[in-house]
Design a protein around this ligand. Structure first.
Ligand code: IMP
Length: 194
């Protein structure tokens, strides 16, 4: 069975292919000839995931799933959340600027609790306006300074619950076993193979 994952991110594609194994043929956006800038204008993770998955079903006629992730910091009312990629003004996916802004916003605050949350939306062509959502969460805290070099995004300042090191220090094997994305993907995989 063919299903599109609305991404061209090689890391995400490898991760999902290794979890779903040979039971599904996972196609990327490039694989189906989609080079469009898919709209991602909702103000929630759920809204963006639904928007992306439905766009592919409606315009390309494939079953599709799409993900959206945010880092939600308690003492900042859940920010940066859906704005995680562009948290620092005037930037897009500038991890260094995003982390520096977050560290500045948390300076002097005792509550440094945070969570990464991934939402995956599965949309199918036979369900005209329908979809199914899957959520994965990893709780943790924001460190006072960057630690470690592996990973991407906010990994150097996120310390998952039960560990004393950041995602960037723990490395990919440990991160992929406990991460928000892995947890959401596992739920999707269980649903798909039912
Ligand atoms: P996306 O929805 O996967 O593109 O994630 C949006 C933003 O959240 C990224 O640009 C990163 O800044 C951040 N992010 C998502 N997943 C992770 C992660 O596993 N580690 C660190 N940062 C992440």
């Amino acid at each position: 069975m063919k299903i599109v994952f609305a991404t061209n991110n090689k890391h995400k594609l490898d991760e999902i292919r290794s979890i779903l194994g040979s039971r599904f043929e996972i196609l990327s956006l490039n694989d189906i000839g989609c080079y469009a800038d898919i709209p991602e204008t909702a103000n929630t993770l759920e809204g963006n995931a639904i928007q992306k998955a439905r766009y592919i079903v409606d315009n390309y006629g494939y079953d599709c799933f799409a993900d959206d992730t945010g880092l939600e910091v308690s003492s900042l009312g859940g920010e940066p959340g859906v704005h995680s990629a562009r948290y620092a003004e005037g930037t897009d996916h500038n991890s260094e600027a995003n982390m520096q802004k977050l560290l500045r916003c948390l300076a002097g605050k005792d509550d440094r609790c945070a969570q990464f949350r991934t939402v995956i939306c599965l949309a199918r062509k036979e369900d005209v306006a329908d979809y199914t959502l899957f959520e994965g969460i990893v709780k943790g805290t924001i460190a006072k300074e960057k630690q470690g070099t592996e990973g991407f995004g906010y990994d150097p300042i996120f310390v998952p619950e039960g560990y004393n090191e950041s995602f960037a220090q723990l490395g990919m094997d440990i991160k992929n076993g406990i991460s928000h994305r892995a947890r959401a993907v596992e739920k999707l995989a269980r649903y798909l193979v039912q």
